[in-house]
Design a binder for this molecule. Structure first.
Ligand code: ZN
Ligand code: ZN
Ligand code: ZN
Ligand code: ZN
Length: 51
């Protein structure tokens, strides 16, 4: 299920999350996460972190 990675990343080029990308957007403190196959992506600089 979960991996031991603490900073797994997806790049924005790989998949640019947005209002119409098909992933659910979830407000999380001062940013927005996108639900991605059981985990969440959070925009961090030029890439996405996984929560
Ligand atoms: Zn997306
Ligand atoms: Zn978050
Ligand atoms: Zn992911
Ligand atoms: Zn990061």
């Amino acid at each position: 299920m979960s991996t031991p990675e603490t900073h797994a990343e997806h790049t924005i080029d790989e998949h640019p999350h947005g209002d119409d990308c098909g992933h659910e957007k979830v407000a999380h403190d001062d940013h927005a996460d996108y639900v991605h196959d059981g985990h969440r992506h959070a925009l961090h600089a030029d890439h996405y972190d996984e929560h």
